[in-house]
Design a protein around this ligand. Structure first.
Ligand SMILES: *Cc1c(COP(=O)(O)O)cnc(C)c1O
Length: 374
């Protein structure tokens, strides 16, 4: 088998083959510690979102620091995290195919597993899978809180679905999922706060409808890197599901704090290392990392150091940097560190995370759960 690792442990960073994801270990460790410190003692737990990293080594570190477990979006990710020894995994997504539900129910024999439901039609399918596996499957009812993605209407409708789940043999109605994706990256502090307050109101009305239906289930999970402090302080959330905080990206670099200045709680720790492969004109440098190494669904990559230019476009295998004038760090053969536009889909394009410290490779971790996710 060909060794696809971009580097071996112990070599200098200069020898890393590109394009490769490099993780600045001190910055990464500070991010993990800071998020845990934000939550420890608050009564709200961290359930780190594994879709950001898809990497068992990182999940284990998050749990070692105090996370109650991880989230993921796909059954295949849940299998990899459980295999890696993570004892509590929430699939924060709807799963409806019988074969996938059978795999999920099998996992529930080895770890605490939760899955979402937003439709009465799926309840018997979940029940069937649980009964076949001989386990009680924990089901969270997902409510729609402004994401306009999945989720049943909060309040009475959600309570009716919860009651169906509760009555289904093999299922355990475990609580509510309330995640508002669009709130995460709103640059303005008060926009993020106000949106999350609306989410909390929807949760409260649903909890009261649940009590009315005789289902006093107070477990609520949701939130992300942009809003976790609001969920934490809302008084209704049991957990937050932040993921990107471990790495940060250009998307999150733009969010502002209460004082109007960029939030600096977390630092960029994950970089796309690339190489200058062409300097066809005085004002253009071309890097070896395009769509196949970097996802620009949320925008272009940023240069990690001010090199006298900016990324202006990318194609399949190229990234173009337009230069102001002399740019000494952008000669042919130079390594260039980029801040990914959006870490989650960028991680998914790579097999390995190259961990670096003091200009040397410390370790190389497999992104074991990468791929489309069965
Ligand atoms: C992506 C996601 C998160 C985490 O969001 P970050 O912005 O990466 O912190 C949490 N919950 C759900 C359901 C998600 O899809």
């Amino acid at each position: 088998m060909i060794d696809t690792r971009p580097a071996a442990a112990g070599v200098p960073i200069a020898e890393v083959e590109t394009p490769a994801l490099v993780l600045d270990m001190p910055a990464f460790t500070r991010n993990l510690e800071r998020m845990q410190a934000e939550l420890t003692g608050s009564g709200v737990a961290l359930r780190a979102h594994g879709k950001a990293h898809k990497c068992p080594e990182i999940a284990r570190r998050q749990v070692a620091l105090g996370a109650v477990g991880v989230c993921c979006q796909k059954v295949s990710e849940a299998e990899i995290f459980v295999d890696a020894g993570i004892e509590s995994v929430a699939v924060t997504n709807e799963v409806v195919a019988a074969a996938k539900l059978a795999r999920l129910a099998a996992l529930a024999r080895r770890a605490e597993i939760m899955v979402l439901c937003d439709d009465a039609a799926v309840v018997p399918l979940l029940g069937e899978a649980a009964r076949c596996a001989g386990i009680a499957l924990k089901v969270l009812v997902e409510i729609e809180v402004g994401g306009n993605r999945c989720g049943i209407a909060p309040g009475e409708e959600a309570a009716r679905l919860a009651r169906l789940v509760d009555r289904e043999n093999g299922l355990h109605f475990a609580g509510l999922q309330a995640y508002c994706g669009p709130a995460q990256h709103k640059p303005n502090y008060s926009d993020r706060r106000d949106t999350t307050m609306h989410v909390a109101e929807a949760v409260k009305s649903t909890l009261s409808a649940l009590r009315g239906a005789g289902l006093a289930r107070e477990f609520v999970t949701g939130g992300g890197t942009g809003t976790f402090a609001f969920e934490r302080d809302s008084g209704v959330f049991s957990e937050v599901q932040a993921g990107s905080y471990a790495f940060l990206d250009m998307d999150y670099a733009g969010i502002l704090g209460e004082d109007g200045a960029p939030v600096r709680t977390f630092e960029h720790s994950l970089f796309l290392l690339s190489t200058v492969i062409s300097r066809p004109t005085k004002n253009r440098a071309v890097l070896d990392a395009g769509h196949k190494a970097h996802s620009m669904d949320s925008g272009l990559a940023g240069l990690a150091a001010p090199l006298g230019g900016r990324v202006t476009r990318q194609s399949d295998e190229h990234m173009v940097v337009e230069l102001d004038d002399a740019a000494p760090g952008l000669e042919i053969g130079n390594h260039v560190r980029l801040i990914p536009g959006h870490v989650d889909p960028t991680i998914n394009l790579h097999d390995w995370i190259v961990c670096v410290r003091d200009d040397a490779v410390e370790d190389v971790w497999p992104i074991a759960a990468r791929g489309p996710g069965l």
